[in-house]
Design a protein around this ligand. Structure first.
Ligand code: T3D
Length: 263
């Protein structure tokens, strides 16, 4: 497996992960999917890494499944799409959602198919003004995967999700932000300031509280108000036991900036 298909650059408490197959718009082959799963597991285990910045090399974020590899698979006569998803995209989406650290996706260009939905699985999506989002599956006779049919209706409502999934047309970053699909758009060429710097800021914030917020957001769609109130109570109890809470309050009373250690 070529390690270079995913660049992993830790620094400033941020795990910078770059999808790196620019010649094919960072589309996923089996090796890149496996390497991303491996790198996400490493980030989960490393307490010094307190946020993730996921982006793409070159002019695109990710064009989804490598269609040349998909055709080669068919040529070998073993086309088990379900098994392919279970071994590649599903573990990636699960790893992003289960990571107890915020994941910022810096969408630097086209995000299509599984590439679009892996972006939507991240906690904060920040896109360059020249980026676009495409539920490209229908254009080749497939259905959305990588959590798209779960994330899209929750983010933009059923009417818009239906149109995006059924029509398969590109959605500009500006329109994506306007309809609440992503957090925000930054001018082309400024993702480093607008995207990476957000990941850097998050890496200096109270990591445990951020992980608890992520869990609260993940549960809110399924929970009743009663259940969510109880989860908030339990989460606050956990946050209140953290060293970062003690530091936050001490810093406030001492009128200084808090230095959160992430513990
Ligand atoms: O198979 C399974 O197991 C099921 C899983 C499915 C998951 C999925 O993600 S299905 C969806 C797969 N993705 C797509 O259908 C998107 C295909 N790509 C595009 O529609 C366009 O490339 C874009 C809209 C993303 C960008 O268009 P554009 O005009 O900016 O670039 P381009 O010229 O189309 O692409 C540039 C190169 O990248 C080109 O190669 P070349 O001609 O320079 O040698 C193109 O073939 C290559 N490329 C782009 N996307 C893919 C790809 N090569 C392989 N797989 C791709 N997905």
């Amino acid at each position: 497996m070529s390690a270079d298909c995913i660049l992993f650059e830790p620094g400033d408490g941020v795990a910078r992960i770059t999808l790196n197959r620019p010649d094919v718009l960072n589309s996923f082959d089996k090796a890149m999917a496996a390497r991303l799963i491996e790198v996400l597991a490493r980030v989960a285990d490393d307490g010094s890494l307190r946020s993730v910045y996921l982006t793409g090399a070159g002019r695109a974020f990710c064009a989804g499944q490598d269609l040349a590899e998909a055709v080669a698979r068919e040529g070998r006569g073993v086309v088990d799409f379900a098994e392919h998803l279970r071994r590649t995209y599903n573990p990636i989406v699960r790893a992003i959602r289960a990571l107890p650290k915020p994941v910022v996706c810096g969408v630097n260009g086209a995000a299509a198919g599984a590439g679009a939905n892996i972006a939507l699985a991240c906690d904060l999506v920040i896109a360059s003004a020249d980026a676009k989002f495409i539920q490209a599956f229908i254009n080749i006779g497939l259905v959305p995967d990588s959590g798209g049919s779960w994330f899209l209706p929750r983010l933009v409502g059923t009417a818009r999700a239906t149109a995006l999934m059924m029509l398969g047309q590109p959605l500009s970053a500006t329109d994506a932000a306007a309809m609440g699909l992503i957090y925000k758009v930054v001018p082309a060429g400024t993702l480093e300031e607008g995207g990476y710097q957000v990941a850097r800021q998050l890496a200096a914030q109270p990591t445990q509280a951020l992980a608890l917020i992520k869990k609260l957001l993940d549960r809110t769609g399924q929970n009743t108000l009663e259940q969510q109130l109880e989860l908030e109570a339990e989460s606050q109890a956990a946050a209140g036991r953290s060293a970062d809470y003690a530091e936050g309050v001490r810093a406030f009373l001492e009128k200084r900036k808090p230095a959160f250690a992430g513990s």
